[in-house]
Design a protein around this ligand. Structure first.
Ligand SMILES: C=C(OP(=O)(O)O)C(=O)O
Ligand SMILES: [Mg+2]
Length: 556
């Protein structure tokens, strides 16, 4: 019987290939097994060191050959550092003094670390590289895979405990057919990058690292499953059908609607002018979330109104006309998005602290100046512009924001990210013109689980029935008030969940531009009645996995 491991599905698609296991630590068992290495003398131990170092350096050289610019330079320098003669002679000296090989390497590297640290500046920065080289050499010696992502020669399914941003950013979808991690949730860094690259991905797959090495995997990014050594012919057949289906998705051109013609606005989440220009080329009805704070991550001081106006106008400009509109979110500084000029320092618990709209409690000028800039950018560009506030928890907050926005001729809305806002959706909608549900934070606050905490990935899952219930309440309030209620968290990018959200009554879905076609194509296969059935089935399920199965069963 085929062994199947379950995780959280993140990017739909099938991937079939050998597992390449990426580890961040060398297992204590492997170190213990290696012991003193059993080398007959110092020369034999040094020869083993040379062979390990050469493999590590060769790995760096291969990576450098397929990288460009600064990355290639760094990798070539690492290859040079690994084979450094001074380091080799320090290892040799320690061996001749009677140290076992692993200790000799450790002590030699630490000696160089001390020297480099003392030199300061650029040399001190190489300390991290030195320690990375030591780990790689030790891994080679004890017969474990090198930590970090090593570039595969043939297409693989990449398996890791977790991936660093630098590891994921450079992944080549032609060589990495699929991605599976033990840790991380749907909003983790790995998930976001995989979605952008369109690589089928499952996260939170407990036990996969230990189980996958040496096996061929069939990863199903829609079901969240990883099958070990499936029947090759059957797997190849399933993958071929999936490739065909995905190719069909790539041709979906909108507009967003269900199979029976119920219209749903499909919008893009953007961070700056270049992502706005790219998104505008796709089949989107506009922007459902412009995260303004991301333009100011490196600013020490608040940008002037004129500076802000220029930034916002560049994002608005590509969306003028064609019934398109842009929802600008005011600064969501604080917690996971620290902004030097706005974030309150030294908070005990920043996720529950002064973030988002709460910054205006003590500094209303910050919000006023931003709204002045958004209004000026709207006039300059001629784009239909809505504004919304993040982290709204009370009706008073919504009213205050709406007054400030309307005074400048802007259409006001608020995000529903805090359960209190969902519970009070009717009363909040009496103050504003639309709601946008931020499922990333709504899930975090509903489940009391830090969205960045990889150990709680099963809780930070928007398929949690409690989260779906709050979305249902919010959408129902929108229907009663006849005002739009959208979703702009990562949940909107999940094609199956998108159908559920529409069934719950959500009127627009905003997501990474790369997700729009798969979501649009899936939505076009379900009638509104089926979406409602999926929503009811998901709401009634006991947990996220049962909710997914129940929703899928409606379409089967
Ligand atoms: C869209 C959201 O906002 P952010 O991810 O920027 O916090 C959200 O919380 O779902
Ligand atoms: Mg949020």
């Amino acid at each position: 019987m085929v062994t199947t491991i379950h995780g959280t599905p993140v990017v739909p698609g099938l991937a079939h290939g050998p597992a390449q296991v990426t580890v961040s630590d060398i297992s204590p068992d492997a170190l213990a097994r290696y012991g003193d290495g059993g080398h007959p003398d110092a020369d034999a131990a040094l020869a083993a060191y040379d062979a390990a170092v050469e493999s590590v350096a060769e790995g760096f050289r291969r990576k450098a050959a397929s990288a460009d610019g600064a990355a290639a330079g760094v990798l070539t320098a690492s290859a040079g550092l690994a084979t450094d003669r001074g380091l080799r002679s320090a290892v040799g000296k320690n061996l001749r003094a009677g140290e076992p090989l692993l200790t000799a390497v450790d002590h030699a590297v630490e000696k160089f670390v001390t020297v480099f640290t003392g030199m300061g500046g650029l040399m001190a920065e190489r300390v991290t590289d030195l320690r990375d080289i030591r780990t790689r050499v030790v891994a080679r010696l004890v017969g474990e895979p090198e930590p970090g992502v090593t570039l595969p020669d043939e297409p693989v399914v990449l398996v890791a405990t977790d991936l660093a941003p630098a590891d994921t950013a450079g992944l080549d979808p032609r060589l990495v057919l699929g991605l599976v991690t033990e840790r991380g949730g749907p909003t983790s860094h790995t998930a976001i990058i995989a979605r952008q690259l369109g690589i089928p991905c499952v996260v939170g797959a407990t036990g996969v690292v230990a189980a996958a090495a040496g096996h061929t995997l069939l990863l199903d990014g829609a079901a969240g499953t990883i099958e070990l050594d499936p029947d090759p012919a059957e797997a190849a057949d399933r993958v071929a059908r999936d490739v065909e289906e995905r190719a069909a998705l790539a041709h979906w051109e909108g507009p967003g609607r269900t199979a029976d013609g119920h219209a749903v606005k499909l919008l893009a989440n953007v961070a700056d002018a270049s992502s706005a220009v790219a998104a505008a080329e796709g089949p989107v009805g506009g922007v459902g979330l412009f995260r303004t704070e991301l333009s100011f991550l490196d600013r020490e001081t608040e940008p002037t109104v004129e500076e802000q106006t220029a930034v916002y106008a560049d994002v608005l400009a590509p969306f003028v006309g064609d019934d398109r509109y842009v929802v600008v979110r005011t600064l969501d500084a604080g917690s996971d998005k620290p902004i030097a000029f706005a974030t309150h320092p030294d908070e005990e618990n920043p996720a529950l602290g002064v973030r988002g709209l709460r910054l205006s409690f003590t500094d209303h000028g910050l919000l006023d100046r931003q709204l002045d800039a958004v209004a000026a950018a709207a006039r300059q560009s001629g784009a239909t512009t809505w504004v919304m506030a993040p982290m709204v928890a009370t009706v008073d907050e919504a009213r205050d924001f709406a007054q400030s926005a309307r005074a400048r001729g802007l259409v006001p809305g608020v995000m529903v990210e805090v359960p209190s806002a969902a519970l009070l959706a009717d009363r909040i909608l009496a103050e504003v013109d639309f709601l946008s549900i931020g499922t990333n934070d709504l899930t975090q606050y509903t489940m009391a689980a830090d969205r960045l905490c990889t150990d709680l990935a099963h809780l930070t899952d928007p398929w949690q029935p409690a989260v779906l219930q709050l979305i249902a309440m919010t959408a129902a309030a929108g229907e009663r008030a006849d005002k739009p209620v959208g979703v702009c968290g990562e949940a909107a990018a999940d094609p199956l969940l998108a159908c559920v959200l529409v069934g719950l009554g959500v009127t627009s879905l905003s997501m990474a531009a790369a997700a729009v076609r798969p979501v649009g194509a899936r939505l076009a296969t379900a009638t509104l009645e089926q979406c409602r059935e999926m929503a009811n089935a998901a709401l009634a399920a006991a947990d996220p996995s049962a909710a997914r199965d129940a929703a899928r069963a409606v379409l089967a």
